[in-house]
Ligand binder design. Structure first.
Ligand code: ZN
Length: 363
């Protein structure tokens, strides 16, 4: 089955794709750097991407073994983090949230580390797991749980849906200890100032253990340093098992549509992920849609991808919403129906907003 090439003026085929997003459709999305370029974050392999700027070394694990390149890595990745922190989600990020709000999103998977999915309102805490529901759920009123309180305010939990967006390559929000693997917020204390200077912050957990031993006049133990909690090329993801559990769960729910956007499809892990989902989607008569400006390699992707939409992701989303306004309408209705009561609303305003959300489960 050859890949059907769809151009922006191909109304008939664009309408066929739009019809896939029916009321009952279960959708899995897989995204890459191409969905964040309109937010001002450079991608990797395009003409003006990171690789073209001479930063190919930035994301390879060998950088951590090289004492000369290691400080440069810390400086560069901190600058990238600052760019990501000031960026706002694109139309495509918000569309994925709208799919969630319309009850169509089974799961979002992203290779991006910029946390824009979180800013759009999707949960990214992997500790929530796959969730306990057998179908995608519309966003609903979060339930208050007694005995869990944050600064005397009710803590809000909504674990039934599990994590909504799986960060396949980690994120720029956290740092991880080389030694004990505990994670810490990058924005706490002087950590960002240190990494911007090419320095490696010390791990508070390791330091505490070592100090406790020293107080007992025992031999002090080594104190690890912190590194960005992202997956570099040639590295194994320490969260691989957790992610695999979620993928298996989602495969068992048999999605109808696999929507791939803004990725060059070159990372091995993502290739396997897409092929596994495509098999299940095709098994139930569904379709795989790929939206990207670069053509997928026919040798690799024939019989996997059904439609290649050669278009900017945001522009295609805008077109799709014109053809399926029900997605945005349903999402809006859900949002209104689930607006928190006045007192909770004030609480949320203090803790964070949709534009600048706070992951309540981490507080
Ligand atoms: Zn440590």
């Amino acid at each position: 089955m050859t890949i059907i090439h769809v151009r922006p003026n191909d109304c008939v085929r664009l309408q066929s794709i739009a019809s896939l997003f029916s009321a009952e459709a279960k959708v899995v999305t897989v995204t890459g750097a191409g969905i964040s370029t309109n937010a001002g974050i450079p991608d990797f392999r395009s003409k003006n991407g990171i690789y073209s700027l001479g930063s190919r070394h930035l994301f390879h694990s060998s950088v951590l073994c090289d004492p000369e390149r290691r400080p440069i890595f810390y400086k560069d990745i901190t600058k990238m983090r600052q760019v990501a922190n000031s960026a706002i989600p694109t139309r495509t990020h918000n569309f994925i949230r709208d799919l969630r709000d319309a009850g169509k999103l089974l799961r979002a998977y992203t290779q991006n580390i910029d946390c824009l999915e979180e800013k759009a309102g999707l949960s990214t805490n992997l500790r929530k797991g796959p969730g306990s529901r057998s179908r995608p759920r519309r966003k609903h009123r979060p339930r208050r749980v007694r005995n869990y309180r944050v600064n005397s305010q009710p803590r809000i939990l909504d674990d039934a849906r599990g994590v909504e967006c799986v960060l396949l390559h980690g994120s720029l929000r956290l740092l991880r200890c080389f030694l004990c693997s505990k994670t810490y917020r990058w924005d706490e204390g002087d950590r960002e100032a240190e990494t911007l200077l090419g320095q490696e912050p010390l791990c508070p957990g390791c330091a505490e253990v070592s100090a406790a031993r020293a107080a007992l006049r025992k031999r002090a133990t080594a104190i690890g340093t912190l590194r960005p909690d992202i997956v570099l090329y040639d590295e194994r993801d320490p969260r691989a098992d957790s992610i695999s559990t979620i993928v298996q769960h989602d495969l068992s729910l048999r999605p109808d549509v696999l929507l791939i956007m803004g990725t060059s499809l070159t990372t091995d892990g993502v290739k396997f992920l897409i092929k596994d989902f495509a098999k299940v989607v095709h098994g139930r008569g569904g379709k795989v849609v790929f939206v990207n400006l670069t053509k997928p390699a026919e040798k690799t992707w024939t019989n996997v991808i059904d439609y290649w939409v050669e278009w900017n992701c945001d522009a295609w989303v805008e077109d799709l919403m014109g053809r399926r306004p029900a997605i945005a309408r349903t999402a809006k209705e859900t949002e209104c129906a689930t607006a928190p009561p006045q007192s909770t609303s004030r609480t949320l305003k203090r803790l964070g907003s949709r534009e600048n959300p706070v992951d309540l489960t981490l507080i």
